[in-house]
Structures are given as C-alpha cells and as structure tokens.
Design a protein around this ligand. Sequence first.
Ligand code: NDP
Length: 280
Amino acid sequence: MDLSQEGLTPSWHEWRDAPAADFAVIGDPIAHSLSPRMHQAAYAALGLDHRYVALRVAPGEVAAALAHLAKLGYQGVNVTVPHKGEAFETMRSIEEPARRTQAVNTVRLPDLVGTNTDGAGFLDTIEDLRLPRKFAAVILGAGGSARSVVLALAENGHDVRLYNRTKARAIELVETLGVPIEVLDHPDPTGAHLIVNATSAGLHGAELPIAWSGARSDAVAYDLVYGPQQSPFLAAAQRHGLRVVDGLPLLAAQGARSLEWWLGVTAPRQAMLECLRWVQ
Ligand code: NDP
C-alpha cells in the first residue's frame, strides 16, 4: 500500500519547526516513519494524552535539535537512521546496551540519558519462532543494527556467524563488541536456524548473493527492513520454503521498550503491532 495515499501520510516537521509535543522520532529522511502512528496507538490504549511527532534532523544537527526539544518540554526522543552514532556522542549519560553498541536509539530529556532498545526488542520478536533453546544464527551486515542483533544473540549464548559485504567492518564489529563469533567470507546460511538480514541492501532493491539451497528447511529468514513490498531477501527465502519475518515486529518491540523506559508502564504491545499491520 502506498503510504502517501490520502489519510495515510504520517505528518512530520523540520526540527526547528517542532510543534508542542511530548515525544518524537528524529531521522533523515523521516517522512515515512511509522513511529508516530505506533506511539499514538499506544497512548490511546493507555488513556494517555501524549503527543508523538516525527522530526527531520540533518546530520551534524542532533545535539542542537535535542537541546531545542528539551527547551520545548519534550520528554524523550527515538533516534533512527542515520543518527544513532551521533546521538551516542551527544549523551551526558549512557545505559549499558548503548555503551557497548555505541549507538543510541532512545533518549530521555532533558537530562540526555541514552539507551538502545533494538537488541532487547529483537530478542522479544524471536520468542515465538519455535527456535531451539540454543540456536545457530547468521547475521548479514555490520552497521548499527547488526551490532545490536549480534550482541543480543551472542550474550544469550547462541552460535553467531557474521557476514558483511565489507569484511573489514565485520571484523571491526567483532573486535569492538568483544564477542567470540566467526566472520564469514560468503553469506552462507548452511546449518543456521535463523538468518538475519541487517543490511540496507533491500532498500535499494539489491539482492544478496545467498545460496538458499544450502539452508535448513526449518530455518527462519528475518529481515530488519519493513515496507509495503516484501524485500528481495524475504522473497527469495520464501521461494525456498523458509519461514519469513519482516521488520515490523521489531519496530513495535523496540518502540514498546522505549515507551516502557520513558514512562515506567507496561506497553500495549498488541495495539502497537496491530496498528502497523493495518498500514500494510
Ligand atoms: P547501516 O547504514 O549502519 O548499515 C548498512 C549495512 O548494509 C552495512 O553492513 C552495509 O555493508 C550493508 N549494505 C548496504 N547496501 C548493501 C548492498 N547493496 N549489498 C550488501 N550489503 C549492503 O544501517 P543500520 O544497521 O542502521 O540499518 C540496517 C537496516 O535495518 C536499515 O534498512 C534499517 O532501516 C533497518 N532497521 C530496522 C529496524 C526496525 O525497527 N525494523 C531497526 C533498526 C534498523 P557495507 O559495510 O559493506 O557498506
């Protein structure tokens, strides 16, 4: 479904024109963010009178934007592409998952405390996939989100292998996180119960050179990217009979964890996920 159809375009603002609100997501581009829809659905379910908006912040302007939003009385901000690293540099205080991944996706204002809910949110989303208690995973990508996923899986004792187009970045990721995982020369899914695409290849319509015929028939292919069209990665996995998961459950889970961190209440996870499914 085209989100720009009447009534489905989430509103957004330049950060300098930020309206009176309580929470926001910042990124660039930000026009198609589903976070306002999702958080507003959560506030409605909780009976809260909060407002959540999407704001465009250009690279290099994260510190200025956060200072401005704090002055306007905003209580918190989600951070998305490409600002998670810049937000990390801007914080006064950092909580543990963000310290190790060096990427902040959730900020509390006005005190500039940063955390990262991507890894824990990812673990939430694999709970219902009926994977073995300890499983083998292949992660594709070495950007900020791959770092969160690799750390979350490795810390939980799963067998993680990592592939990235630029191998040096994968090696650097492993060294930065200090986790004992193997770096692959090819995106080889052989033996993996879970294959996670944490690259942005699908956003550009690019195919990853994965030999799907070597994958386990009961494996799950999981793409962090979401959108109205199935990604080339998930489409190829489905053609080979694998179960597939897109990035919407992760969007909902990381958002739910942000909301819980800010407000200290249990997030209405079903309402947050359902409002996203309805968009699709
Ligand atoms: P980064 O920009 O930090 O990393 C991008 C990664 O993609 C790099 O590893 C890069 O490889 C790889 N890549 C890009 N293009 C190609 C290509 N054509 N072929 C192979 N590899 C490619 O992005 P993030 O880690 O922040 O995010 C990755 C994706 O995950 C994004 O699309 C983002 O929207 C999505 N995401 C979704 C979330 C959700 O809530 N569902 C949460 C977080 C992220 P190289 O190093 O070689 O350049």
